[in-house]
Write a protein that binds this ligand. Structure first.
Ligand code: GDP
Length: 302
């Protein structure tokens, strides 16, 4: 199920996070490493209101490692600590505790100098639906304490989950909305599977995927689908359709009269991309993403 966000829901989500912020020392902002900007809440700086924050690029197992490095450097240059993880397998999730301690170092030192025994760091995971919040909470907790999948509104009594002796997490994450107004954001969320296909047309999502993949990962596309020539002009929709037709012919997705079944092509492209058959893929790099989207805190400067 995909959450339908209306202004009232956003206000409620925001209020819920703000209530939780009072209880915690650090916010853990979870982003999808393949689309760090599109998976980001447009009001995050305002919502977190200066609370110490660790940026966590999740699903790094699916993202292009070179690009993930660029994003880490980018976020650091913006003054944020950043780690990249894979919550599914738990790869590098220990970095979250290490970096959180580092971020709160001064506060912890102050407590020690006053003779106070520092208590465990309290954290809250925040992020848009399907970015991997529940998976990460389960991984960090070491046992299944929260069901994965979309569970809007299942906030009963809040509990702290102990992560070793040094950190505690609120068991319910803060659920945020993405930047819907930008159609590119919508497509990128759909291509990566964060928005269900029923909301946008599958042919449109696949068209967008093919366009982005040809732009960034042409050699992988060429090899996977045995294609001949790349699109001459990526902004020419006929050229993208030509590639989709070629994929359809190669894979035998034909309907009457030798015409290509675009829906079948769309299912194949999206399924194979999401399963990593074209390798590790990132759809946003710091520089190109900035050209398309307004980067929080950057737009006003130009
Ligand atoms: P939530 O809505 O933010 O709580 O997201 P979930 O934890 O329910 O995860 C959404 C989907 O992403 C699930 O199918 C998870 O298995 C998958 N997922 C979460 N983290 C990772 C990861 O690091 N790598 C991969 N490949 N999949 C992940």
């Amino acid at each position: 199920m995909t959450i339908q966000w209306f202004p009232g829901h956003m206000t409620r989500a925001r209020r819920q996070i703000q209530d939780k912020l009072k209880l915690i020392d650090i916010a853990i902002e979870l982003l999808d490493a393949r689309i760090p900007l599109s998976s980001r809440n447009p009001m995050i700086d305002e919502i977190l209101a200066g609370k110490p924050r660790l940026i966590v690029l999740n699903k790094s197992d699916l993202a292009d490692p070179k690009v993930t490095e660029q994003w880490m450097a980018y976020f650091r240059s913006e003054g944020h600590e950043c780690v990249s993880i894979d919550a599914n397998t738990g790869t590098r999730i220990g970095d979250i505790v290490v970096k959180s301690k580092l971020l709160l170092h001064a506060k912890i030192e102050r407590q020690i100098s006053k003779g106070i025994n520092p208590r465990a760091i309290r954290g809250l995971i925040v992020g848009i639906p399907n970015v991997g919040k529940s998976t990460l909470i389960n991984r960090l907790a070491g046992k299944n304490i929260a069901a994965t999948g979309d569970r809007p509104g299942v906030t009963k009594g809040q509990q702290w989950i102990k992560i070793g002796t040094e950190m505690e997490l609120l068991d319910t994450p803060g659920i945020l909305w993405p930047k819907f107004e930008d159609p590119i954001v919508g497509y990128r969320l759909a291509v990566t599977g964060a928005i269900k296909e029923e909301i946008l047309n599958i042919d449109d999502i696949a068209f967008h995927a093919v366009k982005e993949l040809c732009a960034r990962y042409w050699p992988a596309m060429k090899e996977r689908f045995d294609l001949d020539t790349p699109p001459k002009d990526l902004d020419d929709s006929d050229e993208i359709v030509r590639i989709m037709e070629e994929i359809g012919r190669r894979r035998g997705c034909l309907i009457g009269g030798g015409r290509v079944d675009f829906e079948k092509v769309s299912v194949i492209v999206l399924r194979e991309m999401r399963a990593g058959k074209m390798g590790k893929i990132s759809l946003e790099e710091p520089l190109t993403a900035m050209a398309h989207l307004s980067v929080p805190g950057k737009g006003e400067q130009e």
